[in-house]
Design a protein around this ligand. Structure first.
Ligand SMILES: Nc1ncnc2c1ncn2[C@@H]1O[C@H](COP(=O)(O)OP(=O)(O)OP(=O)(O)O)[C@@H](O)[C@H]1O
Ligand SMILES: O=C(O)c1ccc[n+]([C@@H]2O[C@H](COP(=O)([O-])O)[C@@H](O)[C@H]2O)c1
Length: 198
């Protein structure tokens, strides 16, 4: 019997969340309930290094949509830490701050197979892969087998919904319904504020 208590493991889903949608939420909730993670934190990135030209809703509005989406869910948390960090937001910078702020927690990166392919090009990619466990979930058109050279990468067969924030934005702009693509509270806020409507 081990005398050391298991450390609390927290999953981190980084994203622009422009806007958050049901695909993000199904994934986050599954990770929080079907793996060894205790919670999943949704880290809102004001400016992803790869999305500098994309038209983004102001970060506070994106955060507010995330908060509306997860209201009352004690397993998920919205994190605005990157709002105070230099832009564009490099994930290693945020990870270093989170580790300093929460030495009692073990952070696990959640990543789609599509992002895992690009991870090699991320800032301090080698350090990210050495210092953090990464749970990879398959995404359509991406590699589904984990990198066997890196024992910290683990494949999680999460149920996925093939929708994107781009699809949600385009639907709004085309005057189509986004019912069920986003939670009702998010849809109500988008409609009330007129986000992405022409
Ligand atoms: N349907 C989905 N299921 C699971 N993960 C998703 C889904 N859509 C996006 N993700 C992942 O969630 C994270 C944050 O995504 P992001 O905020 O960039 O949303 P997105 O839908 O990919 O946005 P966009 O369409 O604007 O590029 C990324 O790691 C992305 O790969
Ligand atoms: O740190 C990096 O070099 C890096 C490069 C690309 C993307 N990221 C982060 O990955 C998250 C998802 O990015 P994206 O572009 O797929 O929305 C977002 O939080 C970005 O800040 C981070």
């Amino acid at each position: 019997m081990s005398l050391t208590a298991a450390r609390t493991r927290v999953g981190l889903l980084f994203g622009s969340f422009n806007p958050i949608h049901t695909g993000h939420l199904i994934l986050a909730q599954y990770m929080a309930t079907h793996t060894d993670l205790t919670e999943v934190w949704l880290v809102v990135s004001p400016q992803s290094p790869y999305k500098v030209n994309q038209e983004l809703l102001p970060e506070q509005d994106r955060l507010s949509l995330v908060a509306a989406a997860i209201a009352g869910n004690h397993l998920l948390r919205a994190i605005d830490l990157e709002f105070q960090l230099p832009k564009p937001n490099f994930t290693i910078t945020t990870l270093d701050v989170l580790k300093r702020q929460h030495p009692e927690l073990d952070f696990v990166l959640l990543m789609g197979g599509d992002n895992l392919v690009g991870l090699a090009g991320w800032k301090d990619s080698a350090r990210i892969q050495q210092e953090f466990d990464i749970y990879v979930y398959p995404r359509p058109g991406s590699v589904t087998s984990p990198d066997t050279h890196n024992s910290r990468v683990q494949l999680v067969q999460a149920p996925l919904l093939d929708i994107s924030a781009t699809f949600v934005r385009n639907s709004i702009q085309a005057g189509k319904s986004i019912r069920y693509l986003v939670p009702e509270a998010v849809e109500n806020q988008i409609v009330a504020q007129g986000y992405w409507q022409k």
